[in-house]
Write a protein that binds this ligand. Structure first.
Ligand code: MNH
Length: 454
């Protein structure tokens, strides 16, 4: 890492700890990266991280022949909760490809057609809940929508998200277990002591998650038909060569993985989209005009959803500025040299902070910080480097749920634009909460059914 820029004034023991806030590691990295350029390092308590965010370096890192996903740092800590589930599996673990092959049919266009009525039903519940109030905590309600959607569409299980004020016990346990897992990566003495005090709570949380998942699986087993959703495929499909089925522990790990990976990210994307639309009334008017022209006041059929090209671009552009899964890591398959200068041994790895890649002026031009959905018009996309936009990751380990998330998000955004006028709080300044994912914090909107519709 010699020769790679870092924060000026790095200290011998504390490294770059000064100026870094444990609650905003990603936003700190973005701020630093703006000063330091396309590759830089941060040293934090005993570990030195390398970040590469320039389009040329990322284009190299995304080359699957030279690099592959690195399961380390935050992702590795999650193995305490999600084990060998798809997201946290090592590339060398046989269960990764096995589960990937079994689950691919749950994410085809045909599969989306099957999920569509369920997604509409959940969006209808969001609308019903908004009809009953005059303002909404946007991130909280989008999380209700996305959690409910993955539960019902993927597993035939309802968390009852719109019926309750407090989160479902599963969600409380999951959130706490994820936080515990993340903290295990922090070697500071006071953090270690705090963790030691919550070991029992953590055991109880994991036990509760396992119990819920096992109940969902048992209910499906007694149903007779396994079905073609995520759960059904995991229970019924066997390996084409060996005839083996996914082992029960892996099925549990996948269930937890899909609930975690399948809701926070989509929820954040919807929330950022509503934030940007309500900040730019002229763009909101364009998006709504599209909904009115394409859907009228009807509920959308499956094929109507992706006809909302502009609404889709609003989501694309929101995930450009704030990709809700804000980065990924890449490790060298063999000894190599990155960017013609930086020597990497086999296994050495680099982080890709997506908000920086997505604002690199070399790929996006001098106005890269401006919100402008027209960047995603086909002609504009064609002019950009292929690797400039990666909100769903890259290569073989890219997001399996991309189509699912986009169908769900375009549908839900279309339905709320169709039905509501919004009054944003002019005093609100975008504040971003970081957990595994990013979402706007404290973002409320006034909501009122439009005069022209029911
Ligand atoms: Mn998703 C992997 C972003 C929605 C299930 N997802 C990834 C990765 C990114 C990502 C980035 C790659 C991470 C890495 O390289 O380490 N995912 C998103 C975003 C959204 C999203 C921005 C919504 C917007 N993801 C979803 C949904 C599901 C899902 C919805 C499930 C229904 N994602 C996954 C799984 C993986 C993944 C599973 C791991 C895939 C693998 O490694 O095989």
């Amino acid at each position: 890492t010699t020769g790679i820029p870092h924060r000026p004034g790095r200290l011998p023991v504390l490294g770059d700890l000064i100026g870094s806030n444990p609650r905003t590691p990603l936003q700190d990295t973005v701020r630093l990266g703006r000063q330091l350029g396309p590759i830089f390092t941060r040293r934090l308590v005993g570990i030195e991280l390398v970040f590469a965010s320039g389009i040329d370096l990322v284009t190299e890192l995304n080359d699957e022949k030279r690099f592959t996903k690195h399961v380390g740092l935050g992702v590795k800590n999650l193995r305490a909760v999600a084990g060998d589930g798809l997201f946290t599996a090592y590339g060398t673990e046989p269960n990764w490809r096995f589960a990937h092959d079994i689950l691919m049919p749950a994410f085809t266009g045909e599969a989306m057609r099957g999920y569509h009525p369920i997604m509409v039903e959940v969006a209808r519940e969001l609308v019903a809940s908004w009809d009953a109030k005059d303002s909404a905590d946007v991130s909280a309600d989008m999380t209700r929508l996305t959690l409910e959607t993955i539960g019902r569409a993927g597993f035939g299980y309802s968390f009852g998200s719109f019926e309750r004020e407090e989160p479902h016990a599963f969600v409380t346990a999951m959130t706490r277990a994820l936080r515990f897992a993340q903290m295990q990566g922090i070697k500071l003495p006071f953090v270690r002591r705090a963790l030691a005090g919550s070991v029992r709570q953590n055991q109880a949380d994991i036990a509760l998650m396992n119990t819920v998942v096992d109940e969902v699986i048992d209910a499906r087993r007694h149903d007779g038909e396994p079905g073609r959703d995520i759960l059904g495929l995991m229970l019924s499909q066997s390996h084409p060569e060996t005839g083996a089925k996914l082992d029960p522990v892996n099925v549990r790990n996948q269930a937890i993985t899909f609930v975690v990976a399948g809701h926070e990210t989509t929820s954040g994307a919807l929330s950022f989209a509503l934030y940007y639309l309500t900040r730019h009334p002229e763009l909101l008017a364009r998006a709504r005009a599209e909904v009115d022209a394409v859907w009228g006041d009807r509920e959308p059929a499956f094929a109507d959803v992706m006809k909302l090209r502009y609404v889709r671009r609003v989501l694309d552009e929101s995930m450009r500025l704030w990709p809700t899964a804000p980065g990924y890591s890449r490790q060298a398959r063999e000894d190599t040299v990155l960017g013609g200068r930086y020597r990497m041994r086999k296994g050495d790895w680099v982080l890709v902070p997506l908000p920086l890649l997505h604002r690199d002026p070399a790929a996006w031009g001098p106005d890269a910080e401006t919100f402008d959905p027209d960047r995603f018009e086909p002609a504009a996309v064609k002019k950009r480097p292929a690797q400039a936009y990666k909100p769903f990751g890259t290569g073989e380990r890219a997001c399996i749920g991309r189509q699912f998330a986009l169908h769900e998000a375009v549908l839900a955004l279309g339905m709320v634009l169709q039905r509501y006028d919004f009054t944003p709080d002019p005093a609100y300044r975008l504040k971003i909460a970081e957990s595994l994912t990013l979402k706007p914090e404290g973002f409320r909107l006034g909501i009122r059914p439009r005069a022209t519709t029911g």
